[in-house]
Each structure stands twice: as C-alpha cells, then as structure tokens.
Design a binder for this molecule. Structure first.
Ligand SMILES: CC(C)(COP(=O)(O)OP(=O)(O)OC[C@H]1O[C@@H](n2cnc3c(N)ncnc32)[C@H](O)[C@@H]1OP(=O)(O)O)[C@@H](O)C(=O)NCCC(=O)NCCS
Length: 153
C-alpha cells in the first residue's frame, strides 16, 4: 500500500512553526526561526507535506528568473523511508517547472547518501564538489552541488 501525503504551498504561521521544528531536528547549524520564516516569502516558497493534518515534512524553494534552488528538504524521522520524500521532491519539481524554472540546483553533504540516492532517482546530477564547504566545529565536510534540467528547456 502506498502512503500518500497531502502537499501544498503555505505561508500559514502554524505550518512554518511545525516545519521549523522538523528543520531544527534534521539539520546541523540550523537556521533561527526568523531566518526560516523569511525563507517562506517571495522569492522563496515553503511546501509542506501533511498526514492527518499534521506537518510531517517540508521543502523550501527559491526561484529567481528561470533558476530554482532547493534550499532544504526534510521529513520527521518517523516518516522517512516510506516514499514520502519522493512525493515531496516530485511536488518541488512540479512547483519549479510550473513557475518556469529551467534548472533546479541544490547542495548536499558528501556523507548524505540517502538524500543523494533520492536526488539521483529524480535525474539530479553532480556538477561540482566544494571542498570543506560545511564546517561543524573542527570537522569539515565537502558539499556536492547537484543540478536537474527541467522539462521547460
Ligand atoms: C532525505 C529525505 C528527505 C528522503 O526522504 P525519505 O522519505 O526518507 O525517502 P523515500 O522513502 O521517499 O526514499 C527515496 C529514496 O531515498 C533512498 N533511501 C531512502 N531511505 C534510505 C535508507 N535508509 N538507506 C538508503 N537509501 C535510502 C532510496 O534511494 C529511496 O528510493 P527507493 O525507495 O526507490 O529505493 C529524508 O530521509 C530526510 O528528511 N532526511 C534528513 C534531512 C536531509 O538529509 N535532507 C536533505 C538535505 S540535502
């Protein structure tokens, strides 16, 4: 049986608060609430994934001219590995293509193999490796820059 989430763009404060809580739990060096909330207004958009009215995941997208950037995507830990990330990423791609984007860019930690598998499955390709891009205290990690060409091109 396929579990299906309800995905929509939102600027509702309750959705932003819930998405920020997921962000804080998922991301090292997470953004403050005010930075996160700023990234939900134009030219950014927040997409949330809901099950039974509860926010279980989110994506933040930036679209400038014909280029889109997936700034962040995350699900609640208990909602991962069930295909909901694929549904959310497909909604992100549809959102970007409907807005006229010709390419979608993102960056991902070199160690984040789950996210990289997801992106590869949706035809994102690695175009650059940025050495020591992420700095967490004394440890450093490379970033992979990935790009997906959209159907608008
Ligand atoms: C990355 C993330 C959004 C993916 O969502 P998800 O719901 O877990 O992924 P899905 O269940 O839709 O699976 C999508 C693909 O990811 C890969 N994947 C998922 N779980 C995996 C696991 N435990 N191990 C290896 N690959 C895995 C598989 O390739 C899978 O495709 P398949 O089922 O056809 O093999 C989610 O794991 C997450 O929130 N991670 C923490 C935040 C994060 O890393 N965000 C990305 C920042 S760049």
């Amino acid at each position: 049986m396929t579990i299906k989430a309800c995905i929509n763009e939102t600027s509702d404060t309750e959705d932003i608060v819930a998405a920020h809580a997921i962000h804080k739990a998922a991301v090292n060096n997470h953004w403050s609430y005010s930075t996160f909330a700023d990234c939900t207004t134009k030219p950014y958009s927040l997409l949330v994934s809901k099950m039974h009215e509860r926010v279980i995941g989110y994506a933040i997208v930036l679209i400038v001219a014909d280029e889109a950037t997936l700034m962040d995507i995350a699900l609640l830990p208990e909602s991962r590995g069930m295909g909901l990330g694929k549904q959310l990423l497909q909604a992100v791609i549809d959102h970007c293509e409907n807005a006229g984007a010709q390419a979608i860019w993102l960056e991902v930690r070199a160690s984040n193999h789950v996210a990289q598998q997801l992106y590869h499955a949706f035809s994102f390709n690695i175009v650059e490796r940025r050495k020591n891009y992420y700095v967490d205290g004394v440890s450093k990690e490379d970033a992979l820059i990935m790009q997906r060409i959209c159907r608008n091109t």
